[in-house]
Design a protein around this ligand. Structure first.
Ligand code: UDP
Length: 427
């Protein structure tokens, strides 16, 4: 679990101005009771961010709660298919499946009493719960995955629920939708520099963490950290590594996890194990579970190159995590990744399935320690300026202030980009 960091501990990292701004904004929200709902408290980016933000906001006098949707395996299989459909995969959403989806939300609503000043709902799993409340406060829907080209039928069905919300928040301009009622805002996710996942470790601690999982640093280390999920591109990375491995002596670490709301992980894991078993370079490829934050931290910091080979991505917190640790990243140009990876400056971008190009950049970076060092430094600066949790808190509080302090202005605001990047790609 997280050590709960008070805001003051962020001062040396982000500077006085940011801290004072957060305090000022939190004052406006004093005693405003906010609650968010998501479907898991562990695994994946949403849980990461909520675990970091919520304790600090409470410390600042903003009572902020978090409820977890309860569901059966059957329910989570359906919501995983909805998640995949939102990212563009066809899905036969039968009446029986709709019934389970709706009834689970209805039941959850019955024992989840919400008398708060504002409600934030994360992602499609708890999306329909709004229909089972006599709504008395603003409801905000936060959608994390790539929502730009969803399966049409699934989207049309979800739309009736989306339209019940007062506001929708997405991770990228391209994810905003035409033809829905609520105004849409864009907030880029962020990482917590003080969490066990990102805090600075000593060389000794890092070495110890890697040793626990049997990872040797006797040659170049290339890593991807991701849930075992079909969108994350592990098989393509194995193929790219096999090409690059002819030119560079390297190890590949595939570090994965399952989220409790994702029933597909085991099958993906098995597929990867089979591929590695058949690989010519199987001795140089390791599959490990990233179930310990300190280990993931050490791995991202000790790797020479981190890869994020996603076919689709909401934002990709793993990219910011690696860059923050001064590790250059080679990644696909999808979702929020191009906001983080500045091509040629802190890493390289390829398109999904550009296996040879991915291999080429692995070799290019693998061959030059100087390049890796320079890019690593640039990456850290970019993340400190733009993708830390302090900026995310400011963005969320901007929305909360709009609804809870100046509600009369809401009608005039329309669609907005809330996050303003300090430099770089702008979005
Ligand atoms: N993660 C982890 N161990 C793993 C795989 C992933 O701790 O083995 C964490 C990763 O460090 C990141 C989050 O899960 O904080 C994944 O967030 P991201 O936005 O990259 O992808 P999502 O899982 O939300 O699609």
């Amino acid at each position: 679990m997280h050590k709960e960091n008070s805001l003051e501990e962020y001062r040396p990292i982000v500077g006085d101005a940011v801290i004072e701004k957060i305090k000022k904004r939190a004052k406006k929200l004093k005693n405003k009771h906010i609650v968010c709902v998501s479907s898991t408290h562990t695994g994946g980016g949403v849980a990461e961010m909520l675990n970091a933000m919520i304790p600090i906001l409470n410390d600042l006098g903003v009572p902020f709660g978090w409820r977890i949707l309860h569901g059966t395996n059957n329910f989570f299989e359906i919501t995983k298919s909805i998640h995949n459909a939102v990212q563009g995969e066809p899905f036969k959403f039968t009446d029986a499946k709709k019934q389970i989806y709706e009834e689970t939300n209805e039941r959850f609503a019955k024992f989840t009493h919400l008398n708060h000043d504002l409600v934030v709902v994360h992602d499609p799993q708890p999306l329909p719960m709004i229909a089972y409340y006599a709504k008395e406060q603003p409801w905000i829907l936060r959608i994390h995955p790539d929502f730009s080209s969803p399966d049409k039928k699934t989207y049309n069905y979800l739309k009736k629920y989306i339209n019940m919300y007062d506001q929708v928040i997405v991770s990228k301009k391209e994810f905003t939708k035409k033809g829905i009622k609520p105004p849409q805002s864009i907030i880029y996710p962020a990482i917590d520099p003080l969490s066990p996942k990102n805090m600075e470790l000593t060389t000794k601690e890092r070495t110890r963490e890697l040793a626990k999982k049997g990872i040797r640093k006797d040659k170049l280390l290339i890593t991807e950290v991701s849930r075992f999920d079909k969108w994350k591109g592990f098989p393509g990375l194995i193929r790219a590594f096999e090409i690059a491995r002819k030119d560079i002596d390297a190890r590949l670490v595939l570090c994965g996890s399952y989220a409790s709301d994702d029933p597909e992980g085991v099958a993906m894991y098995q597929k990867i194990v089979d591929m590695v078993r058949r690989s010519k370079y199987k001795k140089d490829i390791q599959i490990v579970f990233g179930d310990k934050e300190l280990f993931v931290n050490a791995l991202q910091a000790e790797s020479d190159i981190v890869v994020q080979n996603s076919a689709k991505e909401g934002f990709g917190l793993t990219v910011a995590e690696a860059l923050y640790k001064k590790t250059p990243v080679v990644a696909t140009r999808v979702g929020g990744i191009p906001l983080q990876v500045e091509h040629g400056k802190n890493g390289y971008l390829v398109r999904p399935n550009e296996t040879k190009k991915l291999a080429k950049y692995l070799v290019k970076l693998g061959e030059s320690e100087e390049l890796r060092k320079k890019m690593g430094q640039n990456g850290k600066e970019h993340v400190v300026k733009n993708f830390l949790i302090t900026r995310l808190m400011l963005d969320w509080m901007e929305i909360f202030v709009d609804y809870l302090v100046f509600p009369n202005n809401i009608g005039y605001l329309g669609n907005r980009l809330i996050t303003k990047l300090t430099n770089g790609n702008g979005g």
